[in-house]
Design a protein around this ligand. Structure first.
Ligand code: AMP
Length: 184
């Protein structure tokens, strides 16, 4: 009973975030319903709220590095890193990182993608959060988690602003706990 008002506030907050996400049909190709987060980012209160909710279970000192996925994940991960006084670490598309890298390829519906991290991006045992804007099929996040596993990071959680539940992406994330603010 006592936590009902808090739950109500929480779901009202999530609804405010949801209202700020614009659906763009057939972008970047026919059949894709693109979730455009730029209206949310442009609103200072909603941007702050989204980062607050993504980092809510943690306090300063709980996390060593927030790992963001190229490119929209960087926006949330950098802000979350500042909030938690943690470092920021990028997972980038192949060919963008200048130093020695580890890489992981994964299949898309047509073709494949490769993501990369620097070999020394996080020390063994580092407590990390993985952040991205959206979990779709899960291929990108699963590849990023595999790289973090190779670096022997202590992965606390994978957090997403949006999850497309009907694509079942979280099944590919193995034992890692996944949390998303908005579900479609
Ligand atoms: P996936 O590997 O299928 O989980 O795709 C996740 C990545 O693709 C994320 O980094 C998203 O930014 C992007 N993405 C996939 N589907 C969408 C969509 N419908 N709207 C916006 N971004 C998407």
């Amino acid at each position: 009973m006592t936590d009902q008002p808090r739950e109500r506030t929480m779901s009202a907050d999530i609804e405010r975030l949801r209202q700020a996400i614009r659906n763009v049909p057939d972008f970047p190709q026919p059949g894709i319903q693109f979730k455009d987060i730029t209206p949310l980012l442009a609103d200072p209160q909603l941007f702050e709220l989204s980062v607050d909710l993504m980092t809510a279970p943690y306090q300063q000192g709980d996390i060593d590095a927030v790992v963001g996925i190229d490119a929209r994940g960087f926006i949330f991960a950098a802000a979350a890193a500042r909030k938690l006084s943690a470092g920021f670490v990028p997972v980038r598309k192949k060919g963008k990182l200048p130093y020695q890298t580890i890489e992981k390829s994964y299949d898309l519906e047509y073709g494949s993608n490769t993501v990369a991290m620097h070999v020394d991006a996080v020390p063994s045992g580092a407590r990390v959060l993985l952040l991205d804007d959206l979990l779709a099929t899960g291929g990108t996040a699963a590849a990023a988690l595999q790289l973090l596993g190779n670096l022997e990071a202590d992965i606390k959680e994978a957090v997403f602003l949006i999850e497309l539940d009907f694509l079942g992406g979280r099944k590919g994330l193995g034992d890692v706990s996944a949390r998303s603010l908005i579900h479609y």
